[in-house]
Design a protein around this ligand. Structure first.
Ligand code: SAM
Length: 245
């Protein structure tokens, strides 16, 4: 049965997006729109997929929206701002973001400047850049931009940098979703070009193939896989690195 998509409480959405005013009109409007309409951010919080006090590694972090949201959680997760049926708020997280595009890195750094000790964003290609040790790795709509071989290398390095019991939060396109998948691909390509990327090639798999690839790299797929309820053919899933034997 399809779940209703989660939404961020107004105060959280507002605090996380207001930080971008100082990074310019585009950054601010983009933050407001993405945090309001993309259900991934609220779902990850509601389901408790990022645990309190985690070291979060956000690969392909764009302008650092997740870091901004987690900072807002710290200051606003009182009872009146936190839905009762959500998992406990992930307070006290530290975020390390890696992002290819210098313009996004600049926007992230401007917005997060007052919190450099808790949220840092570096420019780098996740195919090569070193990964810092993490309790949670996030790959939201990024992995399909890398060729298939690079995808498997990234997943191997994600597994290596995660603590035992650590989480990988992954959202990827589902090649098996027919028309909705082709629509998502088209939008992805247009946005990718608009953001200044030289190539807009996408390297896709079906959601089941992604899950199998994760298992092949030693991850356990956790319950709660979420298929996007919108026009987009995206699947949000949680994989876990098993505890040390
Ligand atoms: C669709 S956006 C998603 C941004 C962010 N994860 C979010 O959900 O808001 C994909 C991001 O991945 C970045 N990206 C793509 N390939 C990358 C690579 N090889 N290394 C680092 N970042 C990459 C893009 O520049 C873009 O910012």
């Amino acid at each position: 049965m399809q779940q209703a998509p989660h939404r961020l409480p107004h105060a959280l959405w507002h605090a996380a997006s207001e930080r971008y005013r100082r990074a310019g009109r585009f950054a601010w409007h983009f933050a407001r729109g993405k945090l309001r309409h993309d259900p991934a951010f609220a779902s990850v919080l509601a389901k408790g997929w990022i645990r309190p006090q985690s070291r979060v590694l956000d690969l392909g972090c764009g302008q650092g929206l997740l870091a901004s949201l987690l900072l807002a959680v710290d200051s606003l997760a009182h009872e009146q701002h936190w839905p009762q049926d959500w998992a406990p708020p992930p307070r006290g997280c530290r975020v390390h973001g890696l992002e290819l595009m210098p313009r996004d890195v600049a926007r992230a750094r401007t917005a997060l400047a007052d919190h450099a000790a808790r949220a840092r964003v570096e420019q780098g290609n996740i195919a090569h850049a070193p990964f810092s040790p993490a309790d949670t790795v996030v790959l939201l709509d990024v992995l399909h931009y890398l060729p298939h071989e690079a995808q498997t290398q990234v997943l191997q390095r994600v597994h290596d940098c995660l603590a035992p019991g650590g989480h990988l939060v992954l959202r990827i396109g589902d090649h098996a979703a027919g028309l909705r998948f082709r629509f998502s691909q088209l939008v992805d390509r247009v946005i990718f070009r608009a953001r200044g990327h030289a190539s807009s090639s996408l390297y896709c798999r079906t959601a089941d193939d992604w899950a199998q690839l994760l298992r092949d790299h030693g991850f356990e797929i956790q319950p709660g896989r979420m298929v996007s309820g919108s026009l987009f053919a995206n699947t949000l899933m949680l994989a876990r690195k098993p505890d040390a034997a």
